[in-house]
Design a protein around this ligand. Structure first.
Ligand SMILES: Nc1ncnc2c1ncn2[C@@H]1O[C@H](COP(=O)(O)OP(=O)(O)OP(=O)(O)O)[C@@H](O)[C@H]1O
Length: 310
């Protein structure tokens, strides 16, 4: 369990992180999103004890990261895949990490296999690795001890499509086994596919948080019948307001079950009844983080999806 309470970081005049609070639960993947300079890396650095907070608390399993004995055995961290010593081979990087954590050397080979680095690649110096290979090595290091918590900053950065697919499956399996994952990413589609929970940050403040389904919901229902006029009046008399769609169907804010019941009660056969198209994460992200729309966001939040904060 990751818990962040009223966390704040000030660099001189810059309020990099401004009083944020959130929780990441075991068994779930939490996506941490925000535009450049929003405060994501600073938050993750405070969480992992690399940057002291100005105020507030960040704990993992109830303890500050720096207070956890041998923290690598509890928390897997990948903040900067390029930070590895470029003169060491991939195998050496993992072997040193394994020794530091008191793990057997056999874990090194297991993790190299998990992240898809071949024995030949593991013998090459990290300075000659591609960005994607460094990411794989960083993920291998973060998973070495089979920790309960993973904190990853942009882990899919530099991965090819097959690598992104692999990462998605890896994190899903990890969370499904009860692990807690917090990951930041600019790849909105990736976050949309993999995350269970979302935290959106802008200018140091959380502008939305909640389950992905809640934040991306709100699209209502699409319904269509052979006799649209009869359907519209039946729904209206049940108190369901509709707007005509470009086809001969209707959109409504009501739930599909309520629309179906109202149509059935009026004896109208439906030919289509489904949830309306969900707003994409990209739309939500732009809506929440666009500087131009910031005032609209604060004042128009009643129109935003559940979980959006003013
Ligand atoms: N060491 C530092 N000294 C001064 N200001 C800093 C420092 N580190 C970060 N900042 C500032 O804090 C703010 C948040 O930066 P941060 O790196 O956390 O953003 P980010 O959301 O991770 O951005 P990106 O997506 O570009 O990586 C920025 O205005 C940045 O310039």
């Amino acid at each position: 369990m990751i818990e962040v309470q009223n966390l704040t970081k000030r660099y001189g005049d810059t309020l990099a992180v401004d009083d944020i609070s959130f929780t990441c639960k075991p068994g779930s993947v939490t996506g941490f999103l925000g535009p450049n300079g929003a405060g994501k890396s600073t938050t993750l650095r405070m969480l992992t004890g690399l940057t002291p907070a100005t105020s507030g608390r960040a704990t993992i399993g109830g303890h500050a990261y720096r207070a956890i004995p041998n923290p690598g055995t509890q928390v897997g961290v990948l903040l900067d895949a390029s930070a590895q010593h470029s003169g060491r081979t991939g195998r050496e990087v993992l072997t040193i990490a394994a020794k530091t954590m008191g793990l057997p050397d056999s874990r090194v080979d297991e993790m190299l296999a998990v992240v898809g680095l071949s024995p030949k690649e593991a013998r090459r110096r990290v300075g000659n690795y591609s960005l994607g290979m460094r990411q794989r090595l960083g993920v291998a290091q973060s998973l070495l001890s089979d920790p309960q918590v993973l904190i990853l900053d942009e882990p899919a950065n530099g991965l090819d499509p097959a690598g992104i697919h692999w990462m998605r499956q890896l994190l899903r399996m990890y969370a499904d086994r009860g692990g807690t994952v917090l990951l930041s990413s600019h790849l909105l589609h990736e976050i949309e596919v993999i995350a269970d929970e979302l935290i959106v940050i802008g200018r140091g403040r959380i502008v939305a948080q909640g389950t992905k389904d809640d934040l991306l919901a709100g699209a209502g229902t699409f319904v269509r019948a052979l006799e649209p006029d009869l359907l519209a009046s039946a729904l209206a008399s049940s108190g369901i307001h509709v707007t005509p769609a470009t086809t001969d169907g209707f959109h409504t804010d009501a739930e599909p079950a309520d629309v179906g019941k109202a149509a059935a009660a009026a004896g109208i056969a439906l030919v289509e009844l489904r949830p309306g198209d969900r707003a994409g994460l990209e739309d939500l992200f732009l809506q929440l983080t666009s500087d131009d729309q910031r005032d609209d966001l604060v004042h128009g939040v009643q129109n935003a999806p559940k979980g959006v904060q003013a």
